[in-house]
Design a protein. Structure first.
Length: 420
């Protein structure tokens, strides 16, 4: 039992990376690096098989790392090189550790692994609801686990930041939105999990409204892939009822005035986009117009300027858009291998009969890279990569075992009955 608790805690650290204030403070995901490297050496035979299965992904990650090293040598920001090293650890080494850990505690199939993810999402939702309903608990959590680097971050905490995560106003919400999608997939094993989806959704949206978009896109793909027309119609009806009665729902569960207004403004923006077919509304207009900064010459398109424009220091104009920061930093020579990673994983999922999840994986990147630094190793990406790695690895091993068993049976038949 205690091993499973440690497993769940490690998953929480991996996804949400809460900042631990001991010894000056440390990102909790970094506590997993040394155990992961140790397991790589201890389980070198399994790791050799792992390398064989995911050699294309590792090649793309190493290619991107090589370019960031070159760009750093040419005067680019050193931080991008370090982030790319962390990306290799986060997206390649740590998933292997979790696979080995999971197998050691009898988690060797999709059902049990999804169940573990649901538990992590449930723990996160429970903490968020506690923070929403208790100002005392919320104050303690913010003082202990959250970092506010500037005045804008502090102002966000007035109506957001309910939970424990280093990316509480971005990836935390996206992850909780994805938990809604995972709950749909897990419902084929246990339909009672669907009762948790409102809590996943609420805990995500009070911190990052785009988490609701992630949930809607993922659930829509799930329903369409199931070809269940009745379920699709029911989902649209329920979603519409919740959407147009959101204010009453927030009042019922006790969401504060400022948080409620912030969430309602998002609903109004979505309504404007749907009803008027216009993107000129609040956040969407800001992302598409104000923050869409592009290179000024061919050299910058190819090599980039070597710096992020997130803070505005590089060009006097800032942007939160992931695509913008990536193209401005390293140009097309950086973006092409970076985005290729998403394509490689999406295709491998489709090849392994996870087409709907592969599509969700790809669309999540397209949507969320508009809102934040999704690549190279954002929390939402870590969650999706871990699930993708687990199911692909598990299916490969299972198929190999079946092939070996089939060959063994054929050999036995040949020995017993000959070629007749």
């Amino acid at each position: 039992m205690w091993k499973y608790i440690v497993f769940i805690l490690c998953l929480y650290f991996y996804f949400h990376d809460p900042y631990l204030g001991m010894g000056g403070g440390v990102h909790s995901i970094r506590l997993l690096y040394l155990p992961a490297i140790y397991i790589v050496f201890k389980k070198y035979k399994e790791f050799s098989l792992y390398l064989k299965i995911f050699k294309a992904e590792l090649f793309v990650l190493l290619l991107t790392l090589t370019y960031t090293l070159l760009r750093t040598a040419m005067g680019g920001e050193y931080g991008f090189f370090m982030i790319q090293i962390e990306a290799i650890l986060d997206l390649f080494v740590l998933p292997f550790m979790f696979i080995i850990f999971a197998n050691s505690i009898k988690i060797s199939n999709e059902e049990n692994f999804l169940k573990s993810l649901m538990i992590v999402g449930g723990v996160a939702a429970f903490i968020t609801i506690l923070c929403l309903t208790s100002p005392t608990i919320n104050a303690f959590v913010r003082m202990t686990f959250l970092r506010f680097d500037d005045n804008s971050s502090i102002s966000l905490a007035l109506y957001r930041s309910f939970g424990i995560s280093d990316s509480i106003t971005s990836h935390y919400g996206y992850i909780q939105g994805t938990m809604v999608v995972f709950a749909c997939y897990y419902s084929k094993y246990n339909k009672w999990i669907l009762w948790l989806t409102p809590f996943y959704l609420l805990s995500g949206m009070v911190n990052a409204r785009t988490g609701g978009v992630v949930a809607i896109v993922g659930v829509a793909i799930y329903l369409m892939s199931n070809k269940n027309i009745k379920s699709s119609i029911l989902f649209i009806i329920v979603a519409s009822i919740v959407f147009y009665n959101i204010e009453s729902l927030f009042s019922m569960i006790g969401v504060s005035g400022e948080t409620s207004q912030w969430l309602e403004s998002f609903v109004d923006q979505i309504d404007t986009i749907i009803s008027q077919r216009s993107l000129e509304s609040g956040t969407t207009e800001t992302l598409i117009d104000t923050m869409w900064i592009m290179p000024q010459n061919m050299k910058d398109w190819i090599w980039g300027i070597g710096r992020s424009v997130f803070s505005g220091e590089a060009m006097g104009q800032n942007s939160d858009v992931g695509y913008v920061n990536q193209i401005m930093y390293g140009g097309l020579l950086y973006v092409i291998p970076l985005f290729s990673y998403i394509i490689v994983v999406s295709r491998k999922l489709a090849k392994n009969k996870y087409k709907s999840f592969g599509l969700f994986f790809f669309l999540a990147f397209l949507i969320l890279n508009l809102k934040c630094r999704y690549l190279p190793n954002g929390g939402e990406l870590r969650l999706l990569i871990l699930f993708a790695t687990f199911v692909i690895y598990t299916k490969y091993v299972e198929n190999k075992r079946k092939q070996l068993l089939s060959s063994a049976n054929q050999s036995i038949d040949t020995l017993m009955y000959g070629n007749s």
